[in-house]
Design a protein around this ligand. Structure first.
Ligand code: NDP
Ligand code: MG
Length: 380
């Protein structure tokens, strides 16, 4: 039986991963982890019986240990706890369903321990792709993308010669404000930004989709994951979210992966690669779909996307600053401390204030993240 561990099992990707495990009953969960949501984690532990559970928050970890005193398992906390989950003996794969740059260090530990990575946490490659990809190669571990666009690309590359790729075409829904006039961006409310037209996801990534920062992060992630130059990655706005991304080859052929917007498809593909398994849910109905449309992204309206390309072109530590500034700005928007339009403004300010470092180490990345947070805290 395949054994896996999950970082962030209580989130959107984490819970859907467990739904797949529940359905097929041929994967054993050896470790689970959460930030603070011990209520849901307790339920998951009682159902899936992992050997180890990590709760980042120490107080919450103690409370969980008390609530689970009738069960034999080890409860750990803090970064050490997340690392223990990542490295746990017996597991073959770590699902990184945790949000934020906190996912980087445990992922490095998992790779060093020889675990394959089902990668949802995009911050890992955005900020540390230059470290993670060579490390994965050195330890012979697979990095299997969970993000739907990267999974679509991965599926469209299956059986192909990667050196014959001309271009990656990453699709974007355009988010809830695709057709909203730029002059109205000043009046965007949190509730409107949280309404994604096609996908149901965690709050942070939902806001990132509304600003299109998410697409920028995905471009940076794709660059590392598939070892493709930035000039050969194109964003295509496709509001129906039916084509999840495409690969164009040197003969002009384009191969795409299509499906309903259901994250369980890419999650399951990563868990069982190279096999496919039955999965319920809706199927595409081309007759009722009627049409698929495509547009160029509006870089002027979605400044966050254009800043992401700037950060990617600059490289080194700039994507870390882009990501950290966005993370903090989104948190402020979610707690209604700043307006929607301030998000790209904060990112731009942080990028302009940063002196770029060419090949930052993990320690450098984490220090730069902290410095970016502090700078933003002191100004906004
Ligand atoms: P959620 O916010 O729904 O879940 C985040 C998970 O991380 C929760 O389990 C949360 O625990 C946990 N977590 C947060 N902080 C910590 C911490 N300090 N220590 C330990 N655990 C922590 O996020 P999503 O599932 O939406 O996204 C997860 C990642 O996957 C992100 O990087 C996102 O960009 C990426 N992704 C998500 C997609 C989606 O459809 N949701 C699609 C593609 C990529 P708790 O519940 O206790 O807070
Ligand atoms: Mg995506």
């Amino acid at each position: 039986m395949k054994k896996i561990a999950i970082l962030g099992s209580t989130g959107s990707i984490g819970t859907q991963t467990l739904e797949i495990v529940r359905e097929h009953k041929d994967i054993e969960i050896v470790a689970l982890s959460a930030g603070t949501n011990i209520k849901l984690l307790e339920k998951q532990i009682r159902e899936f019986r992992p050997k180890v559970a990590a709760v980042y928050d120490e107080k919450a970890a103690k409370e969980l240990a008390h609530n689970l005193r009738d069960i034999d398992l080890e409860i750990v906390s803090g970064m050490d706890g997340l690392i223990q989950v990542a490295e746990i003996k017996d597991s073959q794969m770590l699902v990184t369903a945790i949000v934020g740059m906190i996912g980087i260090v445990p992922t490095v530990h998992a790779i060093r321990a020889g675990k394959d990575i089902a990668l949802a946490n995009k911050e890992t490659l955005v900020t540390a792709g230059h470290i993670i990809m060579p490390l994965a190669e050195e330890y012979g571990v697979n990095i299997l993308p969970v993000d739907s666009e990267h999974s679509a690309i991965y599926q469209s590359m299956n059986g192909e010669n990667r050196s014959q790729i001309e271009k990656l075409l990453i699709t974007a829904s355009g988010g809830p404000f695709r057709t909203l006039d730029k002059s109205k961006f000043d009046n965007i409310e949190l509730e409107d930004a949280l309404k994604h037209p096609n996908w149901s996801m965690g709050q942070k990534i939902t806001i990132d989709s509304a600003t299109m920062v998410n697409k920028g992060l995905e471009v940076m992630e794709a660059k590392w994951l598939f070892d493709i130059d930035l000039e050969n990655i194109q964003v295509v706005v496709h509001p129906q979210s039916v084509i999840h991304s495409m690969v164009q080859y040197i003969d002009g052929a384009v191969i795409a992966q299509l499906g309903t917007p259901d994250m369980k498809i890419p999650i399951q593909y990563a868990l069982y690669f190279p096999d496919r398994k039955p999965l319920g849910g809706e199927r595409l109905d081309f007759a009722s779909l009627a049409q698929m449309t495509f547009e160029k992204p509006d870089f002027d309206k979605f400044k966050g996307l254009s800043l992401a390309f700037d950060a990617a072109k600059c490289g080194g530590s700039m994507p870390t600053v882009f990501n950290a500034a966005n993370e903090r700005a989104v948190a402020k928007f979610l707690s209604r401390k700043i307006e929607f339009n301030k998000i790209p403004e904060i990112i731009e300010f942080a990028m302009q204030s940063h002196k770029v470092m060419a090949a930052p180490s993990i320690d450098n990345i984490l220090n730069i993240e902290q410095a970016t947070y502090e700078m933003i805290e002191s100004r906004w």
